[in-house]
Ligand binder design. Sequence first.
Ligand SMILES: [Cu+2]
Length: 274
Amino acid sequence: MLKKLCYIFLAFYPGLVFADQPKDWQLGFQRAASKGMEDIVWFHDYMLLPIITAITVFVLFLLLYTCVRYRASKNKVASTTSHNTMIEVLWTLIPCLILIVMAVPSFKVLYSQDTIPKADVTIKAVGYQWYWGYEYPDENIIFDSYMIDDKDLKENQPRLLSVDNEIYVPVNKVIKVMITANDVLHAWALPSFGVKRDAIPGRINETWFKADRTGTFYGQCSELCGIKHAFMPITVNVVSEDEYNQWLEEAKVKFANEDLNTNIKIAKQVKEIK
Ligand SMILES: [Cu+2]
């Protein structure tokens, strides 16, 4: 019971949920790991939620007041009022003002997501039915990332979120993600970074994030893409620069896109034939 109460408490104070993956009973956001997500959480917690709460309480008050004040037993003859210019002007103007006040920070967040700074690392994510393929175009690395089945899960690996080949990125660096799909619509989404973009066949969408702390972060495909839509998770390891370089060295061998030496040999042969 106490545990459940704690979860309900945490659900309303999402900033306190120390997790980079979904938790049982969670209602709020996952803990932010990038400036972009911090802005989104701020916008939700200090702008949208107070406005929504105030409007709901106000409308509830009006409804209750009307029910009591104008109840049939006290008002034998019903009022025939059908217009009140003042009130009509107010209920048009006030919502407009509320929308304008909301629009300013909203557009700021939207544009900061849209303007991609100079990238330190570029990753291409390709959605397939039903797994993700990744490329590090500048590093000649390419690999597929499949969900790990329940029976193969190791300790500390969350169910439905762990993958066999995880992405590695350095901390505090701008990571640009190019997102596309091979077959149907998918969406590459990582809540802690505030990132979600549709993966569309024949088109490349771009987004970016700059993780401000190390750790393992989990996301999922967020566009209904078929029968195994729920089984194509995303795992990102944010590591130090050194660890990233170390991983790169290993990955360049393990996931080499093409054997460069063979290409050079073929090029030489072509030249000789000519
Ligand atoms: Cu998908």
